[in-house]
Design a binder for this molecule. Structure first.
Ligand code: PRP
Length: 181
């Protein structure tokens, strides 16, 4: 009997070629908006690491990066809706052109919280780039400037997104059918 292939249950939603084209397009939009000025990309760990790595290499501007991590609802013992910084930025963002780089905008709780925190640190500009947007799940509004794809209300993995820390390494964004979004 043939062995079941490990990815059989996954359904491809966005192929790596589509994602590559979209990331290039977002990079061109960002370059157009910032007119050659230096940019500081803030990556929200961990899911956004692949998007950050690809966007970073597409941008033809002077770019620096920093990382921030949050613990949110559904993780550990925090009540629903609460967000807490577990790893803060290494450097001040005062006076910088900052783009928050996020893999997915879901309920909006994470980005709504981080946007307000980072705005209070007086950057010159503060923008948000999210590769995926799942509008059906939104609880908090977020001012997103650069969106890759609007996606349906399904649980997605790959291209940095995980399920129990698995699947982040998949090159495509895939739907994991058995999991509720
Ligand atoms: C995911 C994703 C976003 C957040 C979006 O992170 O990477 O940061 O959830 O959800 P929201 O809009 O409902 O707040 P997760 O907590 O799974 O951590 P990870 O990035 O380390 O996988």
């Amino acid at each position: 009997m043939a062995r079941k292939r490990p990815r059989e249950h996954l359904k491809v939603l966005l192929r790596k070629s589509q994602i590559r084209r979209k990331v290039r397009h977002l990079a061109r939009q960002i370059e157009h908006d910032f007119h050659g000025e230096p940019l500081h990309l803030v990556c929200i760990l961990k899911g956004a690491c692949i998007f950050l790595a690809d966007l970073l290499r597409e941008l033809e501007l002077p770019v620096s990066v920093d990382f921030i991590a949050v613990s949110s609802y559904g993780k550990g013992s925090l009540p629903s809706g609460e967000v807490r910084i577990t790893k803060d930025l290494d450097h001040s963002i005062e006076g910088l052109n900052v783009i928050i780089v996020e893999d997915i905008l879901d309920t909006g709780l994470t980005l709504n919280y981080l946007y307000r925190i980072l705005q209070s640190r007086k950057p010159k500009a503060l923008k948000i780039a999210a590769l995926l947007d799942k509008p059906a799940r939104r609880l908090k509004e977020v001012p997103v400037d650069y969106i890759g794809f609007k996606i349906p209300d399904a649980f997605v993995v790959g291209y940095g997104l995980d399920y129990g820390e698995r699947y982040r390494n998949l090159p495509d964004v895939c739907i994991l059918p058995a999991v509720e979004a």
